[in-house]
Write a protein that binds this ligand. Structure first.
Ligand SMILES: [Zn+2]
Length: 301
C-alpha cells in the first residue's frame, strides 16, 4: 500500500522506464476524487477498451459516456505503444472486486494467478477498486482476434514496471480486470501471467530509458581496390582476408596468412573466386569488389 504518485512523479516514472507519454490537456486535475477515496494504492489493473482508434478512445476515456462519467482510467495505451494520460486521482476503471484478490495483491502472495474473483460491481462482498488501483485502458476490440502489436505489449510492460518500481512493488501487483471482477473478461488476447513475467524480468534490470538497441552489424573492410594487391603491400587487411579464405575452405597456404601479399594469397583467393562461380580471368586470384564483398572481411584498420 502506498500514497499515490503526484502527477509529476507519475510522468517521471513512466518516462524513466522508456514510455512514450502524451499528456492529454487537463489530465492533471481530472479525477473522481469527490466520489470516493483515492489511495492508498496497491497495484495496477490492465483493461481493454472494446474500441478502435487512438483519438476517439482517449476522448472517451477522458470524458466517459452516458452512465459512466470519466475519467475511465489513468492512461490509454495505444496500439503504437504511446501512453495518453487522462487522469490524476480516482478514476472509474476497476469498480467493485474481490477482497481476497485485493489481499493477494497487497501481500503479493499468489502463484501464476491470483485467486479467481467471486465479486463484482454491486455484489454484496465487493470492495472498491477505484481507490486502490492505477488503471490503464488498452485500445483493443476485445474480441480475442484483434491483434496486440508488440509496441503496445511493450508499453503495458513498461507502465506496469514503472509504477511497481516507483512504489517498490513486485510484478504480482499487476493484474487484469478479469482477475479483479468475475463480470469482466478484459484484457483478452494475451495472458496476464506472461505479462507479469515480463514485468518481473524488467524489474530485475535497471530502468531502461530507451528500447534496447539492435546489436550493431559487424563492420566490414571496404574493398581496397585492385592495385592494393601487389607484392609491396604489407597490411593487416591481407591477414584478415587470408583468415576469411581459410574459414571458407579456400586455403592454399602452407603457413598461416601473413600481412604481406603473396602467391599463396593469390592462389587462395582464386579458390574463393571459383567457389563463387567465377571462371577464367575472373578467377585469377586478384580480388575484385564483388568477390571481396562476398568474403565479408572484418574491418581491421
Ligand atoms: Zn476493464
Amino acid at each position: 500500500m502506498a500514497t499515490p504518485l503526484t502527477a509529476d512523479r507519475f510522468v517521471a516514472a513512466l518516462r524513466a522506464e522508456g514510455v512514450t507519454v502524451v499528456e492529454h490537456p487537463g489530465w492533471r486535475t481530472h479525477n473522481r476524487n469527490g466520489h470516493g477515496a483515492w489511495g492508498p494504492v496497491t497495484g495496477v489493473i490492465i483493461h481493454h477498451t472494446v474500441s478502435a482508434g487512438t483519438a476517439n478512445t482517449v476522448e472517451m476515456c477522458f470524458n466517459g459516456y452516458e452512465g459512466l462519467p470519466g475519467p475511465l482510467c489513468h492512461g490509454v495505451i495505444a496500439k503504437d505503444g504511446s501512453v495518453h494520460l487522462v487522469a490524476n486521482g480516482r478514476a472509474n476503471h476497476a469498480g467493485g472486486g474481490d477482497p481476497s484478490v485485493l489481499q493477494a495483491v497487497i501481500t503479493e502472495t499468489y502463484g501464476e494467478r491470483p485467486p479467481g474473483p467471486r465479486e463484482h460491481q454491486g455484489s454484496s462482498g465487493a470492495v472498491d477498486g477505484n481507490s486502490r488501483f492505477y488503471g490503464f485502458e488498452c485500445v483493443n476490440l476485445g474480441d480475442g482476434t484483434d491483434p496486440w502489436p508488440p509496441a503496445q505489449l511493450d508499453a503495458i510492460e513498461r507502465v506496469s514496471a514503472a509504477l511497481c518500481r516507483a512504489h517498490g512493488w513486485g510484478a504480482r501487483s499487476v493484474i487484469g480486470h478479469k482477475e479483479w471482477s468475475d463480470w469482466k473478461d478484459d484484457p483478452r488476447g494475451f495472458a496476464m501471467p506472461t505479462m507479469r513475467d515480463r514485468v518481473r524480468k524488467r524489474l530485475g534490470a535497471a530502468p531502461a530509458k530507451n528500447p534496447p538497441a539492435k546489436p550493431a552489424a559487424p563492420r566490414l573492410q571496404p574493398f581496397p581496390g585492385t592495385s592494393f594487391f601487389r607484392a609491396e603491400t604489407s597490411s593487416p587487411v591481407i591477414t584478415a582476408m587470408g583468415r576469411r579464405l581459410v574459414a571458407e575452405g579456400c586455403s592454399a597456404y602452407t603457413v598461416g596468412p601473413s600481412p604481406r601479399w603473396g602467391e599463396a594469397d593469390r592462389l587462395s583467393y582464386a579458390k574463393w573466386q571459383h567457389k563463387l562461380g567465377f571462371r577464367g580471368s575472373d578467377a585469377d586470384g586478384i580480388p575484385g569488389a564483388a568477390s571481396w564483398n562476398a568474403l565479408k572481411v572484418p574491418y581491421t584498420k
